[in-house]
Design a protein around this ligand. Sequence first.
Ligand SMILES: [Ca+2]
Ligand SMILES: [Ca+2]
Length: 349
Amino acid sequence: MTAAHCILARLLNPNSNKEYTAIAGDHDVTIQDTHEQLRYVIRYISHPNFDAATLANDIVLLEMDIPFELNQYIVPVCLPMFDEMPYPYTECQVAGWGYESPITKSDQLRKVDIPILHQKSCETIHHPQAGVASRITSKVLCAGDLSGVKDTCQGDSGGPLTCHRNGPGTPRVVAGIVSWGKGCALPGFAGVYTRVSEYFNWLNQTLKIVPVTNHNPCRYSGIKLNDRLSGNFSSPGFSGGSGSYPNSQVCSWEVDLSQVSSPTATAVISFDDFELENGVDGTCRFDKLNIYTGTNYDILVGSYCGSNIPSQITLAKPRNEGSKLKFKLVFQSDNTVTKRGFSAQFRVV
Ligand SMILES: [Ca+2]
Ligand SMILES: [Ca+2]
């Protein structure tokens, strides 16, 4: 979820080929941070009444090609419940990479705590000129420090204004989306935010729309089959060998056996059927199944393609201290030529 005006180029021109990516877990925009995850946006659902001139209903939902993997660095924030809005004077937090001074933007993520304004003050400070409708409606809120020290600025748009649901230590709710303001940190002014609770019904209806990803069932990363003593894998669309896999898939299955296996246990992977697009000169170039092992799935066991059924694979726990019996299958197909796919199983011995 972000501000609709952040993807204005695409909204103003439906035929635009402008594509966007989204990064979660980012900190410094100039380097690739260890925990950042980049995804491609495959669908944009902006509010039907978004007005690019007034920035009314400045809200859009983005669908990623592959879900983000949640961890201690990438944590979801709560949506407000119906009518859940922060009280005036509540200190809430906003974060972004926007301008810190008229000339310098921040490379690293910055945050600031700012109070919610009373809606009347919000209307007063953004009082429209004669003949112009007020842009301060019930669908926005103001937050900021009227003394002109703390505010959001250009480059912060679309970022979250989050407030604790019931005081310090309770979950954070995304009360606002950075939308617009008059200058930045001007004394007597405060930033204007899309009031997320006003979109409760729209969000709930829109989130029920079938994700695009359902058409490509394998475009999910990280199906986990941890702590099982046996399991099955098959490529999407395999259907007992009568179907074929779709193009452009990336699919993985992770199996972490560290909790269930004895020190001497091995995992045996065997294939019942296997037919992927051929590689070139013995290298899998187009469609392939890679199998990894190691504590961080960082050791490549093999890369498989073509129509020879791979022989049985036996994986033992590495001998070094602290290592774990784990493996991961990653199936990828490119954008042309599909085959039957594969069916495989594993068991712990
Ligand atoms: Ca980065
Ligand atoms: Ca292919």
